[in-house]
Design a protein. Structure first.
Length: 187
């Protein structure tokens, strides 16, 4: 018969051994999962699946060719699309030739009435249209040239200058995500 101290030590040792085996199983499971996710492509929890051989992206400045030019829109949109690619992928942004290349322009910036009440507009709509050209140098099947459009409505009793910056921010976020999804996520 073992003394009480020895019995306690034996139980403690067995418990530690079981915990170590359990932890090793968890570590093995984690390593296996990481290998599987990395086997064919790099997976991002945003849904972006990028081939492992793609490392860089270049994003050109989006010039504004719309009839109504909003002076800061090109800069705001270009920076937002860069932010989306950087934050949602592990790609390196470069100004030289890259594995993925994005360019385009703002082709429409329009404010128009959408709801008429008693002979005057009760709602207005700000619409922004972007033409995007995406080139995947590793897989040309993913290349596209496409137009993306988004809008936001606002009450006509508000001046555009009082709501314009907030509306642009909202629309630009949607457009940048749409272009990212088409380029990387392929939704």
């Amino acid at each position: 018969m073992l003394p009480k101290n020895c019995k306690f030590l034996k139980e403690h040792f067995i418990e530690k051994l079981n915990n170590t085996i359990y932890n090793k199983k968890n570590i093995l499971l984690l390593i296996t999962t990481a290998i599987i996710l990395n086997a064919c492509s790099i997976y991002s929890f945003t849904g972006a699946a990028i081939s492992a051989d793609i490392k860089t992206v270049s994003i050109n400045y989006f010039d504004n060719y719309s009839k109504q030019v909003q002076p800061t829109l090109s800069q705001v949109f270009t920076e937002k699309i860069k932010d989306v690619f950087i934050s949602q992928t592990t790609l390196n942004l470069t100004s030289s030739i890259a594995d993925l290349q994005l360019s385009g322009s703002i082709i429409n910036y329009d404010i128009s009435p959408i709801s008429i009440s008693n002979g005057s507009a009760s709602k207005n709509r700000l619409t922004i249209v972007i033409k995007a050209i995406f080139v995947n140098t590793k897989n040309e099947e993913n290349n596209f040239e496409k137009t993306f459009s988004r809008f936001a409505d606002f009450d006509s009793n508000l001046s555009i200058s009082s709501v314009e910056n907030e509306l642009i921010k909202e629309i630009v976020e949607q457009l940048a995500q749409d272009i990212f999804n088409e380029s990387i996520v392929n939704w």
